[in-house]
Design a protein around this ligand. Sequence first.
Ligand SMILES: N[C@@H](CCC(=O)N[C@@H](CS)C(=O)NCC(=O)O)C(=O)O
Ligand SMILES: *[C@@H]1O[C@H](CO)[C@@H](O)[C@H](O)[C@H]1NC(C)=O
Ligand SMILES: *[C@@H]1O[C@H](CO)[C@@H](O)[C@H](O)[C@H]1NC(C)=O
Length: 286
Amino acid sequence: MDSIRDFVKTYSREICISAAVGVALVTIIKRRKKWIKKVYPANTVVHHQIGRGPHTPSITPFALKLETYLRMAKIPYMNEHDSITNKSSKGKMTWIEYNGEEVADSEFCIQYVNRKFNIDLDKNFSEEDQAAARAIQRMVDEHLYWTIGLYWFVYDLQHGVDIATLLNVPWLVVRLAGNMIKKQSYSQGVGRHSEAEVQHVMEEDLQALSKFLGKKKFLLGERTCSADCAVFGMLAQIHWHSPDSESVKIYKKYSNLGDYCERMKEEFWPDWDDCITHGWTRKATK
Ligand SMILES: N[C@@H](CCC(=O)N[C@@H](CS)C(=O)NCC(=O)O)C(=O)O
Ligand SMILES: *[C@@H]1O[C@H](CO)[C@@H](O)[C@H](O)[C@H]1NC(C)=O
Ligand SMILES: *[C@@H]1O[C@H](CO)[C@@H](O)[C@H](O)[C@H]1NC(C)=O
């Protein structure tokens, strides 16, 4: 102990200088990205999202939803896999920019590109169908989402599922995500339920989706609508990330949902295999 104290005393100046240099270097590296302003091609939607997932093109349902929509609507777009460090103006991890304009929230992104490119993929459906699709999109994005997040990052973890390997993210990230989801879902409300109750409300959502879909190809029939993107983005996470979990057992009871996921994948992701397996911070390199 004494020798350490002596060392610190003798070299205190050097220690301080190295620490200061270290902090300065880290700051410069962090800021560097802000100094070098990237130039993106004009009239192209730049989708800022996290890296590719190991089993789905994104482990973020909202990113998979938005990218599926950009494909469905045939919008010229590119991905920038930077949103771990470069979040939206609302602090979330999927957003777009277009000719320098930035838009946060997947649903607002969809409405924005609809306006810019003068697109309405839902116009041929009846008002009643469009309203039902809206209600389903909200159920999935604002309710089912929390139950899946709680399963992945809280309950599955408690039951010994190796969610870090499954999602190909470091353990620390899983822990941090767990804390975040716990807090956020508590505020939202779903996180106040017991695990058995969360399981119950999750099943109610999945059952409603399954019944609504029935024997149809897509939510509203033979043709896809924009809400299919939200449903696919979310269900894909259960469908392709299958931990040994109660949530997956429930999902598997509704087999038309699984067929639906495969259909959506076939329709919009012919390059699926090239868009997976290469890490949560980076794009796929295949
Ligand atoms: N309503 C938003 C939801 C986005 C969202 O919740 N994203 C999560 C990841 S799946 C996120 O960024 N969480 C980080 C945080 O809340 O700090 C959308 O549709 O884009
Ligand atoms: C985040 O993205 C915006 C828009 O492209 C860019 O101007 C900004 O420099 C980026 N920030 C960082 C930290 O990369
Ligand atoms: C809507 O219907 C018209 C007429 O059948 C068709 O030409 C058009 O492609 C349809 N639009 C969409 C977005 O499905």
